[in-house]
Design a binder for this molecule. Structure first.
Ligand code: GDG
Length: 747
């Protein structure tokens, strides 16, 4: 709905003004009330109070004043309870009746901060400290311009020291004010509250000027409207409409009142559509919105630069460069959870790679959706580990609920014709919920894990619903032809769907299915490493002495077959004792889903096996297995890959396995290592020149390892050359472009 003509704009606002129920959320300072030289002087005058009260008195209209001010102050202007009040950004609310304390936080830590800031304010003429129950605000609108910098440097120093000790609070910079307040209390909480009070079918209009008002704008639904008041000049906003000042805000409220009372509206001021496409709505037409559970790099969301927070999953490694090359937006979970009673926040940030749209998860979603249905049901089921699968109704409900929420956010981000690309088992219902919201643009899905056979898949009580929802996509991509065949067999057996070659017809729709094996960016593993990166790896290599290196790198996951790999390495030392003292296994296991009991058990199992083998075979100068439960920087991984004689990649089941491809890319072509690869990794389909092995057969795997260790240079070079050609030909960029071209061609 960008760029309405003046006549359409008039009709649009007339329809909103007439709509019943109508809910209005209006900020005070800078919105309904102009700024004054001090917060005390900025008071709603009789005109402002009358406009609000009159509108609130009309049937079908609900009005809330949503402010950062204290509750008693608000109540002194709006004593009657037909106007609803939200004080201190949502910490207190007054519906029809008494005040509710929503935040219920211990405000005592703020006292000492307030004392310190007050002392600071006394030293800076014009500065004023406002103490509220749950927040403190340092106003500096009356501080001379040239002196504001000095005040703020000191104030931020004090505040940052406080925040380091009290992480439940946050600093928020408003218009000529810095505020410290509980991070969990935001104006966004007023939106669902007022929606509930307004009644079913409500359309909400939120009006505000400040960054705190953006929290309201971000959680509105598609039928709602957001108006930013440009009191403090232009800035980036999630709002769709704008007004200049509080006079225009009052004019709009008077217009609502007039229309609802059946008057012919006088010549009025209507909100103007913001011309610069707002970042909320940039993805239109053939542009791309990628949706996945995790964002590529949620340090940006969390404001934390530590490597620990980097997502090291395979999906990210493959998609990041493709998205960088194409531009577009990526929507996913922020990595944060909020209490179920709190409002779910969402927002947009620029990561440098792409625009990232993030969404917080409720704690119950984390438990029942992420840990539950995604990782407790779909992950083991799709990897054909039925004995590890759990089914729960709560999990399935949460799975649907999170899809609804993501679809709500996505349909605010993009127009109905945008191209959407959803990833993995977390998002199997995504096309269905988007189609229900009227999305008509092309939608594709890529499954990064295997699709199981019918006998396994049909154990899922909701199997038919999943298949039905998947067939709302236009294109379904899988890693291997076997996964495609499994999907098609399930759809034919469980739905009244018809299959013609690579198209599944169902409910009048056609869904294309294809095997599109994912690749890597080979260059990333071939660049000369930086000295700082190499140092730590050189230290590790020195500690191995002259031992030949066998290397395993995985997320710590039971599908990766780490215990089986260790046991087979032990068997190598038994069956071929000549390797004792001459070969060492370094196993890097990146912590993953560490709060899930199954993963904790897996870790304990691995540690016990490492202990047993090292105890049994180790010598004073030789440790058979180095087990490293940590992650490394990409450059360090490349160094490790290069140093290894054997890449020991033996998952029990894997969609693809990028480590196999990265290992090949990193080798020195003149003296390459050997890839020992599980026949059950998707990568085995393309990488026939690896030494393929069966990870369930310890003795067989030990013999294959022995063969890989003994392989002569000529054979190593010949195999590596073929593997490298395939890794280079079919890479991450060709994969992403191939998928998007195929999706385009579906329409
Ligand atoms: C899923 C499917 C499919 C590992 N350790 C570190 C690190 N990594 C990176 C590797 C690689 C990625 O993590 C792991 O990718 P995989 O493909 O092996 O496995 P999953 O995470 O299970 O990925 C899989 C993939 O999706 C893509 O479709 O291949 O089958 O299960 O890129 O390099 N990265 C860093 N430090 C580490 O310590 N930086």
């Amino acid at each position: 709905m960008q760029g309405l003509s003046p006549a359409m704009r008039g009709e649009h606002w007339m329809a909103i003004a007439r709509h019943t129920p109508l809910g209005v959320l209006c900020d005070l300072d800078g919105t309904l009330v102009p700024f004054a030289s001090s917060p005390e002087e900025a008071r709603p005058d009789a005109d402002a109070v009358t406009i609000v009260e009159q509108l609130a008195a009309l049937p079908g209209a609900t009005v809330a004043i949503v402010s950062g001010r204290p509750k008693d102050w608000l109540e002194s202007f709006f004593p009657g309870d037909n106007v609803f009040l939200v004080a201190e950004h949502g910490a207190f609310r007054r519906g029809a009746g008494a005040w509710q304390n929503v935040a219920d936080l211990d405000p005592s830590p703020l006292l000492s901060l307030a004392d310190e800031l007050e002392a600071l304010a006394r030293r800076h003429p014009g500065a004023l400290l406002e103490r509220k129950r749950t927040t403190v605000a340092l106003h500096y609108r009356n501080v001379r311009r040239g002196q504001r910098g000095e005040l703020l440097i000191e104030a931020f120093g004090i505040i940052d020291r406080f925040l380091a000790r009290h992480p439940a609070y946050e600093r928020l910079e408003g218009v000529l004010v810095v505020e410290v307040r509980p991070a969990s209390v935001k104006k966004s909480s007023a939106v669902p509250w007022l929606r509930g009070l307004a009644g079913a079918g409500a359309r909400l209009v939120a009006i505000g000027d400040d960054v705190t008002d953006e929290h309201m704008f971000q959680v509105l639904e598609p039928q709602d409207e957001s108006i930013v008041v440009r009191t403090s000049g232009p800035r980036r906003t999630a709002a769709r409409w704008e007004l200049n000042d509080s006079n225009e805000v009052r004019a709009v409220l008077r217009y609502f009142h007039g229309v609802r009372r059946g008057h012919t509206p006088p010549p009025i001021v209507l909100p103007r559509e913001i011309e610069q496409p707002s970042p909320q709505r940039i993805v239109e037409g053939r542009d791309l919105l990628v949706v996945s559970n995790r964002l590529p790099d949620f340090r940006h969301v969390e404001g934390d630069e530590s490597e620990r927070k980097r997502n090291v999953g395979g999906l990210v490694s493959a998609l990041e460069p493709a998205l960088r090359a194409r531009g577009g937006m990526w929507l996913g979970w922020s990595g944060r959870t909020v209490a179920d009673s709190e409002h779910v926040e969402s927002g947009i940030i620029d990561s440098g790679t792409a625009q990232l749209a993030w969404l917080d998860y409720r704690e119950s979603w984390y438990r029942h959706y992420y840990t539950g249905y995604c990782n407790g049901t779909l992950w083991p089921l799709f990897h054909s580990f039925p004995s590890r699968v759990t089914f729960s109704d709560e999990g399935w409900s949460a799975y649907q609920e999170v899809h609804e929420e993501l679809a709500k956010v996505a349909s605010r981000l993009v127009g109905p014709t945008a191209m959407l690309w959803a990833h993995d088992y977390h998002l199997l219902l995504f096309a269905k919920v988007m189609r229900q919201r009227g999305h008509t643009g092309p939608m594709g899905h890529f499954l990064h894990i295997p699709f199981p056979s019918l006998d396994i898949f049909s154990m899922n009580p909701w199997a038919a619903q999943l298949l039905d929802a998947l067939l709302d996509f236009d294109l379904l991509g899988f890693h291997t032809p076997q996964h495609v065949q499994n999907f098609v067999a399930c759809a034919s057996a469980m739905l009244p769907a018809k299959v013609a070659e690579d198209v599944v017809h169902h409910r009048g729709r056609a869904t294309h299915v294809a095997a599109m094996p994912i690749g890597i960016i080979p260059d990333a593993f071939q660049e000369p490493p930086e000295a700082s990166v190499v140092e730590e790896i050189e230290g590790l290599m020195r500690s191995l002495g002259n031992s030949t290196l066998v290397l395993g790198v995985d997320r710590l996951d039971y599908t990766k077959g780490i215990p089986e790999r260790l046991i087979a390495f032990g068997r190598l030392l038994e069956l071929f004792p000549e390797w004792r003292g001459k070969v060492s296994l370094v196993q890097v296991s990146v912590p993953s889903r560490a709060d899930v009991p199954l993963y904790q058990e897996q870790r304990a199992t691995i540690e016990a096996i490492v202990g047993r083998i090292n105890g049994e075979f180790g010598e004073a100068a030789w440790v058979p297995i180095r087990y490293l439960y940590r992650s490394y920087a990409k450059g360090q991984l490349a160094e490790l890959y290069r140093a290894a004689r054997v890449g020991y990649v033996t998952p029990l089941r894997d969609g693809m396995n990028l480590v196999a491809k990265e290992f090949v890319a990193a080798q020195d072509p003149e003296n390459p290592g050997v890839l020992l690869l599980s026949q059950f990794a998707g990568a085995a389909v393309e990488m026939r020149d690896a030494v393929l092995t069966n990870p369930y057969h310890a003795d067989g795997m030990a013999r294959d390892l022995d063969r890989a260790l003994r392989m002569e240079l000529d054979e190593r070079k010949a195999r590596h050359a073929k593997l490298l050609a395939s890794v280079q030909r079919s890479n991450a960029v060709t994969w992403a472009e191939g998928f998007l071209d195929a999706l385009n061609a579906c329409r």
